[in-house]
Design a protein around this ligand. Structure first.
Ligand SMILES: C[S@@+](CC[C@H](N)C(=O)[O-])C[C@H]1O[C@@H](n2cnc3c(N)ncnc32)[C@H](O)[C@@H]1O
Length: 222
């Protein structure tokens, strides 16, 4: 393991590869001394993805996030945002992670030791099903759902958006990571923000740092 990590400062070293019906492939690779998880065409966990979500959390405010009690993460993969919450923000409340793909969770536990985080509860289920039936409410919901580069349509449907907003506690927030690969995707995001007119909520986008991602932040006022 140490040797592969050292070599990775020169060239990336893949240490695990499997086919996946949902993500096309799942690949664990050492890159410049860091272990990352990729699907066939995009970074899933750690690497750029972790930087993007960290930026979103910074925009909401690390201090505000630290003071929260309950966080829901939809789309867990290797759990890099969970590590940011626990190791960097020192968040000590409860984290619930919902992930549709059990093989992703096996990878998260084996290579990224997610099972050693005691405040994290992982539920293997479709996020849409979960938010329909949960009776819990949350201070922060992180939506980070991709099937390789594709975002399922339900994420942009008003039924899902409204349901998410009913699960948010007063003064809570939603951090929604989106990918923009075409003009249609740009229009989809513009429509999402323009059509959003729920009372007591504010919506904004964060100017993108990574070429293809745009973060949407929704904050509940009271
Ligand atoms: C970009 S990764 C998540 C990265 C993670 N948030 C992190 O911080 O490392 C996207 C994940 O969404 C999962 N996913 C896709 N569709 C889903 C669904 N309907 N419900 C729950 N998870 C889903 C994929 O299996 C994949 O693991």
């Amino acid at each position: 393991m140490m040797f592969k990590k050292l070599i990775s400062y020169l060239i990336p070293v893949t240490i695990f590869l499997s086919k996946s019906s949902l993500s096309k492939s799942l690949e664990v690779t050492w890159v410049k001394g860091k272990l990352i998880l990729d699907s066939e065409n995009t970074n899933y966990s750690y690497g750029d993805l972790q930087d993007i979500l960290r930026l979103g959390l910074k925009e909401i405010g690390f201090a505000k996030v630290k003071s929260m009690d309950e966080v829901l993460v939809l789309g867990v993969a290797g759990g890099s945002v969970v590590k940011t919450l626990v190791d960097e923000i020192n968040f000590d409340g409860k984290i619930t992670g919902v992930e549709i793909d059990p093989s992703v969770i096996d990878i998260a536990n084996k290579f990224f030791k997610l099972n050693e985080i005691s405040q994290l509860d992982i539920i293997v289920e479709d996020a849409f099903e979960y938010i329909l039936k949960t009776k819990n409410t949350y201070d922060l919901i992180i939506i980070d759902i991709f099937q390789d580069t594709k975002m399922p349509n339900f994420l942009f449907e008003s039924y899902f958006v409204n349901r998410i907003c009913t699960l948010i506690n007063d003064y809570g927030a939603v951090l929604f990571n989106t990918m923009l690969l075409s003009d249609n995707d740009n229009k989809r995001n513009e429509k999402y923000v323009n059509d959003f007119d729920l009372a007591n909520f504010k919506i904004r986008t964060i100017p993108r740092v990574e070429q293809h991602n745009e973060l949407i932040v929704i904050e509940k006022q009271m």
